[in-house]
Ligand binder design. Structure first.
Ligand code: NAD
Length: 740
């Protein structure tokens, strides 16, 4: 069964997200709603969405729009019809009546419901119709969330379900997990329970919202929005509806009820319009009184707001064992929350799925956790877990594990897919070396380096791991949200604060040396990025021999924003790419000016389609929808390049002062227009010096090392200035740029 045309009914948050993502996969799609105005507005929202739902905005008109009264005929042409209307069974039933009258024989019909069981959705369908009906539960935002839960009914044509799953996996890039017809399926059942336990325990243990989010966040391998931040993001009112639906659907004996009771403070928040970020605020709010914007947090006991306090629990890395053994309220909270999540999730095997593994993967793909509950249990250690846990009566999974005490109970990862993923390979590979910033694995005849720091920020150790791994073909890839957000700025600032600029210089030199080794080592090096690939992260990529990129990347050189210039080869490589153009052959000023514009503004691209015109990516770089396939694609590149020869070194002929004059003219205008200030001017002049080739002329040949030297000198000059240091400190503290 081939899916060539799709119709989506309901153009709200989910319908429009699914339409955008089908457009990303080049599948013709039509969005129908009650009126064409609603679906047209939905298309406008797709166009303006941030982060963008579309990989290529110019394709927006490939999404056709219409209404269910005049345009329903289009359903006749569709191979797949997705229902994404409001969560009301009467409306959904009416829609199915109409769809099944119009659809062509054999076309798949699915619902995006998050809470209505398939047996209820399909109760009016004939057995023949049921063959083609299922639930396809996408997560919001559709382009970015990896999970798709597929729920079958008892009559499904299994071949069809398999081909739909395959389509969603390969073409849409989703982790498509088939699961049982139980409330909340896998992701929401465990994910919402986890949020509720994190919240109710915080109330019980009298933690502040900032404290709870500081624990139920990065230290547990969970996104930093934590629990209260996530509540605000989703909408406090929407969460209340989700809970009501769970209460209605789940048997009274289910432990979910214990954490889903209405909390008076939350009821009051909703009643007074404090529904989260979309409302007046929620557990956090921005107070604009008095001109300045101040982030405030809610006091869970009094219901009053006061300026939010940053909580530093002094744990940079995910180390669950250490976290749950801490002898303070944070340790107690962490253990209480983690142990209850493990208990609940394990009590659901085999009710919601036969594979506990699927629950872990659903939490990774649907909630961006770095480990699911069972992997958490594995990390804590079976013996350790049972020595701490109070009771687990009636929990078959834990009872069996307590008997077997099998520390290696986990087995394979990502059983839901046939793709040879990084997750699977890591378990089979030999871990050959590593440090606190990266791990090196060897698998068959190649090495893998996986960065492991927060946002995969790079430091000396990251470089060390890369350097050590070039004795074989190398794939640089990871499973976390970001490929790398760039050089670790706090690491750099620690040296700067001590006035130890020698150490910064040593680090940058080592960074350059490592990147040179990546580029020129005997064996091919492949970068397989997903997520942020910025600054130093981009420099690692651009000096790899090949790239297999996920379509969800944010890529660029953003150093100028923190008062620096790219000094790990970023300026050099961008010059090389732009020199290699027809325009540059005619005009020697072309490449330096182009790169000056790109790096000067710290331009970023949010997809490969945007990245190519900037030359952050090349047309021959592979672009892949399914993140799970990045390792296979990289491996294929290795296979295709068995007779790899490392490239020959680049040479540069740069114009020197004459092009600098042109760059200064641009800067003067920006300065007069108050777009940049004094330090912006200084940073840009250093960048101009590097990109023009320094004190050179067009007839002189510069080597890559000459360019590295220019980059290093400019970087060192800038990092020593107090104004660059102010920019870095500001960005580290607020996540925002400082214009000075
Ligand atoms: P929404 O309220 O944003 O959009 C619903 C759309 O359906 C609206 O545009 C509305 O005009 C339209 N609609 C209502 N009646 C209709 C009819 N008879 N014919 C055609 N269109 C009609 O809702 P949403 O958040 O996009 O949710 C849609 C479905 O997806 C629901 O079943 C919901 O449970 C599920 N879901 C939502 C999320 C989420 O995060 N929002 C996540 C997963 C699943």
């Amino acid at each position: 069964m081939e899916i060539k045309k799709v119709v989506i009914i309901g153009s709200g948050t989910m319908g429009s997200g699914i339409a955008a993502h089908l457009c990303n996969a080049n599948v013709p799609v039509t969005l129908l709603d009650l009126t064409t105005e609603i679906s047209t507005n939905a298309r406008d929202r797709i166009f303006k969405s941030r982060p963008p739902l579309l990989i290529d905005k110019s394709k927006i008109n490939n999404i056709k729009v219409g209404n269910i009264s005049d345009d329903f005929d289009i359903v006749k042409e569709a191979d797949w019809i997705v229902e994404a209307v409001v969560e009301r069974i009467d409306i959904k039933h009416q829609i199915y009546d109409k769809i099944f009258k119009f659809r062509k024989e054999g076309a798949i019909v699915s619902s995006n419901t998050s809470s209505i069981p398939i047996k209820v959705l399909s109760q009016n369908l004939t057995n023949e119709q049921k063959k083609d009906f299922c639930i396809t539960h996408f997560f919001n935002p559709v382009r970015y969330m990896g999970l798709l839960e597929i729920v079958k009914n008892e009559n499904n044509d299994l071949e069809k379900i398999n081909s739909l799953q395959k389509f969603c996996e390969i073409e849409l890039g989703k982790g498509a997990i088939v699961c049982n017809d139980t409330p909340g399926f896998l992701g929401n059942r465990v994910g919402v329970y986890a949020m509720q336990i994190a919240m109710t325990e915080a109330f019980k243990m009298k933690l502040t919202v900032e404290e709870a989010d500081a624990i139920f966040g990065r230290p547990m391998g969970i996104p930093k929005t934590g629990v209260f931040g996530l509540y605000d993001l989703i909408g406090i009112d929407l969460m209340a509806d989700v809970l009501k639906s769970f209460i209605k659907e789940l048997p009274k004996t289910d432990k979910f009820h214990e954490v889903a009771q209405e909390i008076p403070l939350i009821k009051k928040l909703i009643e007074t319009g404090y529904t989260g970020r979309k409302g007046k605020g929620g557990f956090f709010r921005i107070n604009k009184d008095g001109g300045a914007k101040i982030l405030e947090a809610l006091n869970l006991e009094t219901g009053d707001y006061s300026p939010s306090k940053k909580i530093d629990i002094k744990s940079e890395k995910v180390d669950l064992k250490k976290l749950i053994n801490r002898d303070d309220k944070y340790g107690k909270y962490a253990w209480s929350v983690i142990s209850k999540i493990i208990k609940y999730a394990s009590s659901l095997v085999t009710e919601i799925t036969d594979e506990f593994n699927d629950i872990d993967e659903a939490m990774r793909l649907g909630f961006n956790w770095s480990k699911g509950p069972f992997e958490m249990l594995e990390e804590i250690g079976v013996e350790n877990f049972f020595s701490k846990i109070d009771n687990y009566d009636g929990n078959k999974f834990l009872e069996n594990l307590a008997k077997s005490k099998n520390e290696n109970f986990y087995g394979e990862r990502q059983k839901y897919t046939k793709i040879e993923t990084l997750g699977k390979v890591k378990r089979k590979a030999q871990s050959i070396d590593g440090n606190s910033s990266a791990q090196i694995y060897q698998f068959k005849d190649y090495n893998i380096v996986e960065f492991t720091t927060k946002a995969n920020a790079l430091d000396y150790d990251s470089m060390d791991a890369l350097k050590k791994a070039t004795d074989k073909p190398l794939i640089i890839i990871n499973e976390s949200m970001q490929f790398s957000a760039g050089v670790n700025l706090s690491y750099t600032m620690d040296f700067a604060n001590k006035g130890d600029f020698k150490s910064i210089e040593k680090f940058i030199k080592y960074f350059q040396e490592t990147c040179k080794e990546l580029k020129y080592s005997k064996y091919p090096v492949i970068s397989a990025p997903s997520g942020l690939t910025l600054g130093g992260g981009f420099e690692v990529l651009v000096q790899s021999n090949f790239v297999a990129s996920h379509t969800n990347i944010v890529i660029g050189l953003v150093e100028t924003i923190v008062g620096l210039i790219p000094a790990g080869g970023g300026c050099k490589e961008m010059l090389a790419r732009w020199q290699n153009t027809e325009e540059s052959k005619k005009d020697p000023h072309f490449a330096p000016l182009k790169v000056f514009d790109i790096i000067g503004y710290g331009k970023t691209a949010t997809s490969p389609v945007e990245a190519e015109p900037l030359k952050y990516l090349k047309p021959e770089d592979k672009k892949i929808m399914n993140r799970n396939s990045l390792l296979e694609a990289s491996k294929q590149i290795l296979d295709e390049n068995r007779d790899f020869n490392s490239p020959s070194e680049l040479v540069f002929n740069l114009p020197g002062e004459s092009v600098r004059g042109e760059m200064y003219k641009v800067l003067d205008k920006l300065y007069n227009d108050k777009v940049i200030q004094d330090h912006g001017m200084e940073v840009a002049k250093e960048l101009a010096y590097v990109l023009s080739g320094g004190d050179t002329s067009i007839d002189k040949q510069l080597s890559e090392d000459d360019l590295f030297k220019l980059e290093l000198d400019a970087f060192m000059k800038l990092i020593e200035t107090s104004k660059t240091q102010e920019r870095i400190k500001h960005t580290l503290a607020t996540g925002k740029p400082l214009v000075n």
